[in-house]
Design a protein around this ligand. Structure first.
Ligand code: BTN
Length: 257
């Protein structure tokens, strides 16, 4: 990774809070108030942390909670790529602290896992005008010192997984350096290299997965990630299906393919 692009603090206004309802909500309030420029909103804790699919995100002190507010001016369908880019930004900097990064996996579309357990989640929110993204909020939660026990999936935190020397402000700085690098790369060169990096750590690549899309469930072999950031599935009958949004289900009995 090159440092040529300069320090990330030159590109973002940093707002810090001891505790707030949700950094995504604060970012939204800022966006609607008509601020200009990019922001990073960082809070030590959240009283109403938001997860994807309307879930609650447990936000105790010690973990990282931040939201990026950017004004990218790109087509709405490109926004999904930013979630994948953020996942790559997280997995990439972690290799600096623990060279054995083989167990880090990207779970489409917005999770990062170590050894099948989730430690980071990403929540995108945006305002779209005439098919163009006006503002985009990228909410990032990274478990550093604790993780909630959940029934729906297994969780972990970085200190437990061999990153015990990592401090919270260092985690913020390393993540932001990495994000700044990949975001500039994306602006200049597009998604292709980032797509390949994401795919290299894709959870369950070439395996049968089940995705819930609204009320529907689709099972098939996860074969590829498209240039738009969609999943390519091969269904049991051989048909190809592209999925732009949904959730890969854990602990589901997979049909024989
Ligand atoms: C997920 O469910 O995986 C997405 C979790 C996103 C959590 C982060 S924490 C910082 C930001 N503020 C929020 O309220 N949510 C996101």
């Amino acid at each position: 990774m090159s440092e040529k692009s300069g320090h990330w603090l030159n590109h973002y206004n940093l707002l810090m809070f001891e505790e707030i309802d949700s950094t995504n909500e604060e970012a939204k309030r800022l966006a609607k108030s008509g601020v200009s420029g990019n922001f990073v909103i960082w809070s030590k804790a959240q009283s109403a942390g938001k997860g994807s699919h309307g879930r609650y995100w447990n936000s105790a002190y010690g973990n990282l909670y931040l939201s990026l507010l950017i004004w990218p001016n790109f087509k709405a369908k490109q926004a999904a790529q930013l979630s994948l880019l953020t996942a790559v930004s997280i997995s990439n900097f972690l290799t600096k602290f623990n060279k054995d990064d083989k167990l880090i996996q990207h779970k489409w579309p917005n999770d990062v896992l170590i050894n099948d357990k989730k430690f980071a989640g990403i929540l995108l929110e945006s305002a779209i005008k005439n098919n163009i993204v006006d503002w985009l909020i990228i909410g990032v939660g990274i478990n550093l010192v604790s993780a909630p026990n959940l029934c729906s999936y297994q969780t972990t935190y970085l200190h437990k997984e061999g990153y015990s020397k990592l401090l919270l402000d260092q985690l913020l700085n390393e993540f932001m350096k990495s994000f700044d690098y990949y975001f500039n790369k994306w602006l200049q060169e597009g998604f292709e290299d980032i797509r390949k990096e994401w795919l290299a750590k894709c959870l369950k690549l070439n395996e049968v997965i089940t995705i819930s899309v609204g009320r529907e469930r689709i099972s098939g072999v996860l074969e590829d990630l498209t240039s738009e950031g969609y999943l390519k599935l091969v269904l049991p009958g051989g048909q190809i299906c592209f999925v732009s949004a949904g959730e890969i289900l854990y602990n589901i009995h997979q049909p024989n393919n």
